[in-house]
Structure formats: C-alpha cells, structure tokens
Design a protein around this ligand. Structure first.
Ligand code: SAH
Length: 514
C-alpha cells in the first residue's frame, strides 16, 4: 500500500521504539517519498536508509556534548521548510504525541495555517513490555495501564509528578524518562504504600539488539539497576504483571542476540546476509569497504550486443553483473528475447537468483561457488570446442575462468566487464567508527575479495585483545585467503551459500571453542 504525500505538508510520524520493523506501512511509505526529514535522538537512523537519495535529513536531537535544539527553533524550522513547498516529515521516536512534544509543533503549524497529518507510532512502553516478555495487562492482576513521565526533560520546564498518588492504583505503571529520578520515584511509591517486594523491571534500549532488562523489586531496584549501569532511554515498569514475565524471554534469548557481527560487503549485497543475521538478534555492522561502480566500454557493449544471440552460453560471476547486464540489454533492445537461445550459467546461487528475477532459467550452477568449479562444470557439461561464450564480469576475478574456458575448453570467450570495485570513503561511516571503538565478535567473509578489502582497511587498526573479532569464512577459497594473511579461520561453511553460512554461524556461537 502506498500513500501519496503532498508538498507543503508536514507529516508528524512515529518512528516506533527502535526496531525498524515496527514502523507502520504508512510511516515507511511517507518516508520513502519525503523531501525533508527532521528527526531526533530516539529515531533509529537505519530507517533513514529508506529515504530517496536526494532527500535531506536534518538532525535536531541532542548529540554528545551538545545541548538539544530548543523547541521554538524546531517549530521555526518546520514552518520555514513547509513554506518551501516540499513534503516534510517530522520523525519522532515512539509515538509523536506520547511525551514527544509534538503537541507544541502541531500548535505552531496550526498558527501558520500549515497542513499536517499525524501518523501514530508504537510507543516505547508497549514495545518494551512486549520485547521483555512483560504482559502489560492481565485480567486477574492489572486491568489498567498508566503512562507516566519522570520528567527529566532537558529544558526542565514541566512540573514533577507526585508518584505517591499512583501507588494505590493497582495498575501497571509505565514510567518514561525515569532513570535520572529513580530514587525519588521509588521513594514516593514506597511512601504512597507500595510494598518493598512489588515487582519492578527496567527495560533499556528496548527493541534494539542492545536491549537490556533488569528485573527486581521496588526495594532492590536502585542497587540492581546501578549494578547493571542502566541508563536512559529506559522504561520503568512497576506492578504485579512484571512478575508474570514469560519463561521464554523471546527477544533477549535469540541465538545471536547482541552479538556484534561485521559484514564487510558492498551495501547492495550485504542486505540479505544482514537480514538473516538480524532475524537471529545479531547486532550487524555493515561496512562496505568497497562499492560497486558501473564501468564499461560502450563500444564493447555495442559489439557484444549486436551479436548477442550468437553466444551459446552467457556466464555470470556476480549478481551485480546480472543486474547491470539486463539493464543495458533493456536499454538497447527493450526485449529480453534478444539473447536468443543462449543458455545461462552462474557461479553460485545468489547470482542465479538474480537471473531468475529476470524470469530466465539458469542451466548450470556448480556445486561449489567459485570460478574453478564453474569452469570445470561447464567443461564437463559439454565439449566447448569453438563454442561461443560470453563472460559477464566485474574488473576482477575473471582471469581463471577466462583462461580455463579458453585454454582447456577451447571455447571462444568474450569478456564483458561491466563494473569495478572502488574503495569506499569510510571516514564518515558510523559502523566503521563503532568497529574501531568497540571491535566485534565476528567478521563474516563471503569471498576472497572481502578478505582483501577488510585487510587493507583495517591493517593499521590496533584493537585490544578483548575486542578483537574472530573470522568466519563462507568456503574453501575464502579460508585460503584468510590463512594467507595469517588470519585464523574460526569456522568455515561446508557449503558456500548464505543460508549455510548463517547456520554455521549459529553453531559457532553455540560452541565457540570447537
Ligand atoms: N514519544 C516517545 C517517548 C519520548 S520520551 C514514545 O512514544 O516512545 C523519551 C523516553 O521514552 C525515554 O527517556 C525513555 O523513557 C522512553 N524510550 C524511548 N525509546 C525507548 C527505548 N527504545 N527503550 C526504552 N525506553 C525508550
């Protein structure tokens, strides 16, 4: 479902508590079309990846060491941008109207006659309870839920609540912004009549893979949360439902929960592996050490395309090559049938999937995903004597394949390089910054080239032993590259595909010392 956004409109959108899967379909659709996005601290920046490339994003939250921007300035910015006749998203953590000061922004827009829409989001209390396994209401235990704020509002303009009043309510109390005020809150709840053994839980960074929860009682929560060094953002839950925490802590007990895994792949290719790992709760750091850049010679394209149907085989060595090839073919002929009866071979399953997405059949995929195996499979498949083969590649890794098909197979091989790998500027890459500071549990290498790129970008880093990563390899060739550079292989996937690689990663973490 797509919602059309309008120019000169402001969309006050709830970004949910953190997990990007918790935004509404409407919120995502609006973000994808927005011209300007004004966002603050609690928004998970991953959702900004959905913006169109030309969209502007403006951060108005509090960054480390700086004060947050006063509300009046944010209101003025919204009005100014709206007058530029663009579509503006004011993106706020959780629900925009729950302790989010969106009310003041709405008033400012009203006073200027600017039109807006409000898109609710999942508020932190609801999400944190669910992700910590707290049944926020339960028929026999608590039939009311109260959202409260501890008011550690940076501008300290609001009055503090008196928590004594809520001690008698027999409700589930969900306290936002309560960490800085915890002693006072706990004191008032006890004074108000709640017992020392009333169950309390604090959920920090709820729904993020760094979520932590501290389950305790009113009498013990101060030392317990201090021992865990619980910090904001966190929700404090008070009430008997906290005790009913389900046995199965579904989120924090995911098999890769909180494991920091570096995926050193170009952005477009990293997605599938990252998604698989994130499903298991991993904290994935995608670092595109290299990016794919289109790079081809127009004359060679013309030569190859003029005779495209004369190739008996078209061989692809990467999904990037596939997508670029079919884009160019479409521009030239507007008809995929122009490849005639050429058969298609790919180096591995991911490349085959890319071909399948163009509704074409792949006739040959070798057992093991590498150039040698592909050459062997083709040579075994049929005599290649004088058979015309088109090899669609990047600027690297096609030499072996080219030579073997030509020399051993005696085929007539034309190479069509379509892209090159370029080093990425990582100076502003947040994930790489995190890696430099925090290290990682594991780096997952999906090819020899990812090994080379990783090494050249990290050789001058000096990570302390406690945060040095271990290395997982997708297959034999990748492991060889790792060993060649004296990087010990912690585990190797028996089959060179992503699904198997993830299965191996899971068993590695179950038993890391094997
Ligand atoms: N509009 C937001 C709340 C803003 S007030 C919402 O609806 O969720 C900011 C407070 O929200 C934080 O101090 C914290 O108490 C809570 N909060 C927001 N995101 C959180 C998260 N991911 N985990 C725990 N608490 C969170």
């Amino acid at each position: 479902m797509t919602y059309r956004v309008q120019k000169g409109f402001v969309y006050l959108v709830g970004a949910g508590p953190g997990d990007p899967g918790l935004l509404s379909i409407k919120a995502k659709s609006i973000l994808e079309q927005a011209d300007v996005v004004i966002y603050d601290n609690l928004v998970n920046q991953k959702v900004l990846n959905w913006l169109k490339p030309e969209a502007r994003s403006i951060f108005v939250g509090k960054s480390s060491g700086q004060h947050s921007i006063p509300q009046a300035e944010i209101n003025a910015l919204l009005i100014e941008e709206a007058q530029n006749d663009v579509s503006i998203v004011r993106l706020k953590g959780g629900d925009p109207l729950v302790f989010g000061r969106a009310g003041e922004e709405v008033d400012a827009l009203d006073s200027e006659g600017i039109h807006y829409e409000i898109v609710p989001g999942i508020t932190a209390a609801i999400a944190c309870a669910a992700y910590a396994g707290i049944q926020i209401s339960q028929r026999d235990i608590s039939s009311s839920i109260i959202f409260l704020t501890g008011h550690e509002n940076p501008e300290k303009t609001s009055l503090n609540l008196d928590f004594k009043e809520f001690a008698k309510s027999n409700s589930t109390l969900c306290i936002y912004m309560g960490i800085g005020q915890l002693k006072r809150i706990v004191g008032e709840l006890l004074e108000g009549g709640l017992k020392q053994d009333t169950p309390v839980a604090i959920v920090e960074n709820g729904t993020y893979v760094k979520q932590r929860s501290c389950f305790s009682t009113l009498g013990q929560i101060i030392p317990d949360s201090e021992a865990m060094e619980i910090k904001s953002p966190a929700i404090v839950f008070v009430g008997n439902v906290v005790k009913s925490r389900s046995q199965y802590n579904w989120f924090e007990e995911k098999p890769l929960f909180g494991k920091k895994i570096l995926v050193p792949r170009p952005r477009k290719q990293a997605g599938e592996l990252s998604q698989l790992l994130e499903n298991y709760g991993a904290d994935v750091l995608e670092v595109p050490f290299i990016e794919i850049e289109e790079d081809y010679d127009r004359d060679s394209i013309t030569n190859v395309f003029t005779d495209i149907a004369s190739y008996e085989w078209i061989v692809f060595t990467s999904a990037n090559g596939v997508d670029l090839f079919f884009d160019l073919l479409d521009k030239a002929y507007e008809d995929v049938r122009s490849i005639g009866l050429s058969q298609i071979a790919t180096v591995g399953k991911a490349t085959a999937r890319a071909v399948r997405s163009h509704k074409l059949k792949v006739s040959l995929i070798p057992e093991t995903a590498n150039s040698n195996a592909l050459a062997e499979a083709l040579i075994e498949h049929q005599t290649l004597d004088n058979v015309k083969i088109l090899l669609v590649t990047g600027d690297k890794n096609s030499d072996i394949l080219f030579k073997r098909l030509q020399d051993e197979g005696r085929a007539i091989v034309d190479r069509l390089p379509l892209y090159k790998n370029v080093r990425t500027d990582l100076s502003k890459n947040e994930n790489f910054e995190r890696f430099k500071e925090e290290g990682a549990d594991l780096v997952l290498f999906t090819s020899s080239s990812t090994v080379h790129n990783y090494i050249s970008a990290t050789q001058s880093l000096e990570l302390s032993d406690s945060i040095k990563p271990k290395f997982g390899s997708i297959g034999v060739k990748t492991s060889e590259s790792l060993r060649k550079h004296n990087l010990p292989v912690a585990f190797e996937s028996p089959k060179a595909n992503l699904e198997n690689f993830v299965v191996e990663t899971l068993s590695y973490f179950r038993n890391p010392n094997q």
